[in-house]
Design a protein around this ligand. Structure first.
Ligand code: T5A
Ligand code: NA
Length: 210
């Protein structure tokens, strides 16, 4: 890509099994097929030492106070920020499965204060677009492997969805909300065309922070 043109930071958000991984993989394939430098990422990034603690928490082998695991999820994003910034400035578009909004939604759904949850996310690179895959939690329980991790309970997922909705209204300028019960192909077509319109627009804009 020519000098001065940056990549876009694109995020997928939504409840467990809403289809984020499926859609982010398809979007990465589409952009790559058009010759656009693109990399997938996901949070939590479970391979770092912080990520390994998060993984043992999520798989129920380790217990931590709600505040502590919240800050670890945030620290897991912060430890990758230099890399994110460098890739974007090099012209690589990043397609990221979950980000700060999952951090806020899951912790606020447990009863932690919304603003307290948002505070450690301030200063992270602001996404150019968030694709929010929304579905009633009852519609997601029959999808593969539901129920194996700590948060995969219908009632809890309902509260998570309420916080995602609240964030979506507050951050409406860059949130795109989709009915996640649509077919994989229909969702991909809509997400692909929004992304292709977005990339040239943001390429000359400076990076912003949350
Ligand atoms: N968390 C995360 C926090 O609490 N704080 C944080 O800061 C962060 C970043 C792990 C957990 O961590 C929490 C949230 C999570 O509970 P994770 O590793 O991203 O997060 O794992 P999950 O989100 O639980 O699970 P998935 O990522 O596997 O769900 P996806 O990616 O939303 O769904 P996907 O694409 O894997 O699809 C699930 C199933 O549905 C089918 C797929 O084939 C698959 O079988 N499917 C569809 N079926 C019908 N119609 C469609 N449109 C479909 N799309 C996909
Ligand atoms: Na996922």
């Amino acid at each position: 890509m020519s000098a001065g043109k940056r990549g876009a930071l694109i995020i997928f958000e939504g409840c467990d099994r809403s289809g984020k991984t499926t859609q982010s993989r398809l979007l990465v394939e589409l952009l790559k097929s058009k010759g656009i430098p693109t990399l997938p990422m996901n949070f939590p990034e479970r391979s770092s030492s912080i990520g390994q603690v998060i993984n043992s928490y999520l798989t129920n082998s380790k217990d931590l106070p709600d505040e502590v695991i919240h800050l670890m999820f945030s620290a897991n994003r912060w430890e990758h920020m230099n890399q994110v910034k460098q890739k974007l400035l090099e012209g690589t578009t990043l397609v990221v499965d979950r980000y700060s909004f999952s951090g806020v939604a899951y912790s606020a759904a447990k009863g932690l204060d919304f603003d307290w949850c948002y505070a450690p996310e301030r200063g992270l690179i602001k996404p150019d677009a968030v694709f929010y895959l929304r579905a009633p939690s009852n519609d997601l329980t029959n999808r593969g492997q539901y129920g194996e991790e700590r948060y995969e309970k219908v009632e809890f997922q309902g509260r998570v969805a309420e916080v995602f909705d609240r964030i979506c209204s507050k951050e409406a300028s860059y949130f795109h909300k989709f009915d996640a019960t649509q077919s994989v192909e229909d969702l991909h077509a809509q997400i692909g065309s929004i992304t292709e319109e977005l990339l040239p627009k943001v390429a000359t804009q400076p990076l912003d922070t949350l």
